[in-house]
Design a binder for this molecule. Structure first.
Ligand SMILES: Cc1cc2nc3c(=O)[nH]c(=O)nc-3n(C[C@H](O)[C@H](O)[C@H](O)COP(=O)(O)OP(=O)(O)OC[C@H]3O[C@@H](n4cnc5c(N)ncnc54)[C@H](O)[C@@H]3O)c2cc1C
Length: 461
């Protein structure tokens, strides 16, 4: 007789949704979270919102967002690289999720304004991700779920697709835990630099990890090594440009920079390398991590001038500034002559003349540059001049384990696993072959978490 009905590995949104669903189905549930209590909940701590389909405006959402529109958005951002059946199912299940998650104690607030306008599509957590997590932990523990912190899964005993036990390391030693069903919700592998290098090569050394250092993919690796089917490739992930001065891990949302559209971006050769005005910022912010990753030293600099300093949400760190372009270049360790050439060349190419409006493509362009800026082009001419250094900030990776509609893991030979389920980042690659739409990480965790918990409970019964 197994010690537990359901063992859940991980302590973020996906794990908690699974644990609550299983507990509500009458199961004895144990959560083993590798992190200490203060850091419980990995990347979920940093979140602000979740994307769910809905038919009508609500107190906190400004209008309807149909399943079809959600699906179209997903197809656009992934370039069709998604399991379409599974994604449609997830989107359909995101509708009842809006109510279900509130029934578990989570509260929403109206969307804040800002550069990534999501007021119609995304529900914002009142108090942010930590508050959301606290609500879920409170509910889970109220239902009798036992939570053990600093309990890291270090080995799995799986035989022919059947989970038997997990070995867990904790401050007092190691322990083997048996359960009728197993839910893996341990996040991606983004904090394992060796694994990142399999997709990115040596460049990965210069990446920053926006979230927890604890998502190292150890459970993903064990599952794949023991016959679970892998999905996704190691270079696909969500990566944005973040302040280069951010800590290596856990810098969170306050290190992000949304000011690319307001100026130009140069690399360490003081050269521009991409159209900063390609599309409105919400549609383009997630490409800049990859773009910067391809630049020398994986570092770039967003450059703008005095009138733009109030137009965006700053990062935690102050911008670097100087009254002259040459002085700014020296502070950034860039060749001042080359830098001035780039900026004056850019200024000379600005056509402008239309009302400046970052909410829409405003048609203010440059003309004649090797890489034109196709919207929001304005001269960088009013001192002081400002710069933010940026590096690729990895949010989470997509390579993981393959699941079916019931969140059950599939084995490499195509059979369904007997009693192993997965939710959240660890199986995000089923939905996200590439690309990202804001708020979908939490949709994946919540919807598949809930299903994984229900199905794990059915199996245990
Ligand atoms: C800065 C930032 C902002 C974000 N903002 C948003 C947002 O607003 N909306 C959105 O949808 N998404 C957002 N995301 C992405 C989102 O955080 C994730 O998609 C989501 O939280 C994943 O949930 P999860 O439960 O799968 O993983 P996590 O919440 O990361 O939980 C994984 C847990 O597994 C534990 N763990 C790892 N290995 C082991 C092991 N071997 N044994 C036991 N436990 C282990 C970790 O300690 C961790 O607690 C953001 C991410 C970051 C970094």
């Amino acid at each position: 007789m197994p010690q537990w009905d359901v063992l859940v590995a991980g302590g973020g949104n996906a794990a908690l949704c699974a644990a609550i669903a299983a507990a509500r189905a009458g199961c004895r549930v144990l959560i083993v979270e590798g992190a200490p209590k203060f850091y419980r909940g990995g990347n979920t701590r940093h979140t602000r919102n979740m994307r769910c389909a809905h038919d009508h405006a609500t107190d906190t959402l400004t209008g309807p967002y149909s399943e079809e529109e959600f699906f179209d958005d997903l197809m656009r951002v992934t370039g069709g690289n998604t399991d379409q059946d599974l994604s449609r199912m997830m989107i359909a299940q995101s509708k009842p999720m809006l109510d279900w998650i509130q029934q578990q104690g989570v509260r929403f607030q109206p969307s804040l304004g800002g550069t990534i306008s999501l007021g119609r599509t995304n529900s914002f957590f009142l108090g942010g991700g930590r508050s959301m997590l606290n609500a879920l932990y409170r509910t889970a523990q109220g239902l009798g779920v036992e939570v053990r912190y600093e309990h890291e899964v270090v080995a799995l005993d799986i035989e022919k697709g059947h989970f038997r036990s997990a070995t867990v390391r904790h401050p007092a030693g190691t322990e083997t835990i048996t359960a009728a069903s197993f839910v893996a919700a341990c996040g991606g592998f983004q904090a394992d630099f060796d694994w990142l290098k399999e997709g990115w090569g040596g460049k990965a050394e210069n990446f920053l990890i926006r979230g927890t250092p604890n998502n190292r993919g150890t459970v993903t690796r064990m599952l794949i090594d023991q016959g679970v089917r892998q999905i996704g490739d190691p270079s696909q992930c969500h990566a944005v440009a973040i302040d280069a001065r951010a800590p290596r891990y856990d810098g969170g949302i306050i290190t992000r920079l949304d000011c690319v559209v307001l100026g130009v971006v140069v690399n360490q050769n003081a050269e521009r390398f991409y159209d900063e005005g390609e599309d409105i910022w919400p549609k383009r912010y997630a490409i800049w991590g990859r773009l910067v990753a391809d630049q020398p030293g994986q570092q770039a600099y967003i450059i703008f001038d005095a009138p733009n300093i109030e137009r965006f949400m700053p990062s935690l760190y102050p911008p670097i500034s100087d009254p002259t372009l040459a002085g700014l270049a020296r502070k950034l360790d860039l060749d001042p002559v080359r830098f001035e050439e780039t900026i004056t060349g850019f200024n000379a190419a600005v056509i402008g003349g239309r009302p400046f409006d970052t909410n829409h493509k405003d048609g203010n362009t440059t003309r004649g540059l090797a890489i034109d800026k196709t919207n929001w082009a304005q001269r960088i001419e009013t001192p002081p001049y400002y710069a933010y250094p940026v590096r690729p900030g990895i949010t989470f990776t997509y390579l993981g384990v393959k699941v079916g509609h019931d969140a059950r893991m599939l084995m490499a030979d195509g059979t369904a696993s007997d009693n192993m389920f997965a939710a959240g980042e660890i199986m995000a690659g089923n939905v996200l072959g590439q690309g990202y739409a804001a708020g979908i990480g939490m949709t994946i965790g919540s919807v598949f978490g809930r299903i994984a918990g229900q199905e794990a409970a059915k199996h245990a019964a």
